[in-house]
Design a binder for this molecule. Structure first.
Ligand code: HEC
Ligand code: HEC
Length: 379
């Protein structure tokens, strides 16, 4: 290129030509003004940005920036906004949950649904790590979605478990620690057999020797919520090798102090932890109850079916009660015509026995009406 003569000597070119016709060549013009402005503004923006936002690595973390902005505080602010919105939008329901008993919440369609819906997130945040996303359980952590409860499935029992936590205790080697290794092998087979409905008298003897019935009941089915049910094939300490897990439990117990091989089982006390508040706890109790295994809540008998008590044993008191109950029975369409006649007759003759009989009939009618009403399905 150097030997070429510059065909455009007056032009502001650099003398570089890239084709034979010398059409493609490098000029030495100043960049356009708009380009330079963009460059200057861009450079200044970088400096402002770098000072405003956290940009510069700074002794193991980063500088804070004059805006003090972080992605986390922004996220937290958004969450707070959402919570404020929820708080105003659902203030009535939140208050109703706070003011209602667990039974009242479960018996009220609206509140129950709201509690379950809002508890889903709470369960995901606080419980799912151990109990599985839908309460389906994990190895070593009980299923909450069935009706096989270690500590009971009434609202009150679930509430106790979640509020105060639970730590089941079972001694190793039997209640007195007197079972030998071969005996525990045999006992393991016995326990495995229990869940398949097998009965083995020799195993039963060892079951007695280990005093297992003290907690697991005489048949392996605890009568109180004290220990795992051994007869239903639902394993609290589920394992790929279930027999090995049962043997381990029998040998090393549950939460047995100082035994490294013991089955660990500790449900944290959420009522005391401060992680969730009282309303959230209520929602979680209802949520767990509604996962499928909760013991049915029987609605209280509505006032219209509750009989009036006689105020004393005098004729006047009894006949007054009979009349009041007869009227109530009429109101719920369950009165017997006889009762009316009996009351009339008793009033004429002042017959205490007849008044009592009339009252009894009216009370029975009320009870029958209540059953008929409750029989239409609730929960
Ligand atoms: C760190 C793990 C862990 C977390 C988190 C946890 N649990 Fe538990 N939970 C357990 C263990 C272990 C048991 C069984 C305790 C035992 O057997 O002694 C249990 C037992 C229970 C039971 C009793 C089950 C029965 O059969 O009677 C309920 C109900 C329960 N948990 C609900 C919850 C709820 C609701 C949450 C969230 C607020 C929660 N758990 C969080 C570990 C956990
Ligand atoms: C002091 C009470 C107590 C005694 C005595 C006791 N257990 Fe237990 N057992 C428990 C408790 C509590 C659990 C675990 C329940 C929980 O915390 O989830 C348990 C759990 C088990 C399990 C695990 C069941 C499963 O579903 O994985 C087996 C098996 C078992 N026990 C067998 C026995 C045998 C056999 C004996 C007699 C040698 C015995 N237990 C004596 C309280 C007891």
């Amino acid at each position: 290129m150097g030997e070429h003569k510059n065909p455009y000597p007056g032009e502001n070119n650099t003398g570089h030509f890239w084709d034979d016709e010398s059409d493609v060549r490098e000029l030495n013009n100043r960049p356009p003004r708009w380009y330079m402005w963009a460059l200057y503004i861009g450079t200044i923006s970088i400096v402002i940005y770098a000072l405003y936002f956290p940009t510069i690595p700074w002794f193991g973390e980063h500088n804070k920036g004059s805006a003090n902005w972080t992605a986390i505080t922004e996220m937290e602010e958004s969450v707070q906004q959402l919570e404020d919105y929820r708080e105003t939008k659902f203030a009535d329901k939140e208050k109703a949950i706070a003011d209602s008993s667990l039974e009242e919440i479960v018996l009220n369609d609206d509140l129950r649904e709201y509690a379950v819906k809002t508890a889903k997130v709470l369960f995901g945040d606080n419980c799912a790590a151990c109990h599985g996303a839908g309460g389906q359980g994990n190895d070593g952590f009980p299923v909450l979605a069935d009706d096989d409860w270690v500590f009971g499935g009434t609202l009150a029992q679930i509430n106790t478990t979640i509020t105060h936590g639970k730590k089941g205790n079972m001694p190793g080697k039997g209640m007195l620690g007197n079972l030998t290794d071969p005996e525990m092998e045999k006992l393991t087979d016995y326990v495995m057999g229990l869940s398949q409905g097998k009965k083995d008298p020799a195993g039963q003897v060892l079951y007695m020797k280990g005093m297992c019935m003290a907690c697991h009941g005489p048949t392996g089915k605890p009568t109180a919520p004290t220990a795992a049910n051994l007869t239903d094939g639902i394993w609290r300490f589920k394992a790929d090798d279930q027999r090995a897990s049962v043997l381990r439990t029998i040998k090393h117990g549950v939460n047995k102090f100082g035994d490294a091989n013991t089955q660990n089982a500790e449900m944290p006390a959420f009522g005391q932890s401060g992680v969730i508040n009282a309303t959230q706890l209520k929602k979680l109790v209802v949520y767990v109850h509604q996962l499928g295994g909760g013991v049915k809540v029987i609605p209280p008998t509505p006032a219209e079916f509750l009989p009036v008590e006689a105020k004393g044993g005098s004729f006047d008191a009894i006949i007054a009660a009979a009349e009041a109950n007869y009227k109530k029975a009429l109101d719920v369409n369950m009165a017997w015509r006889d009762t009316g006649k009996m009351i009339k007759e008793a009033k004429k003759t002042k017959d205490v026995a007849l008044a009592k009989a009339a009252n009894k009939q009216a009370v029975n009618a009320l009870a029958q009406a209540a059953v008929a009403d409750i029989a239409s399905p609730r929960f």
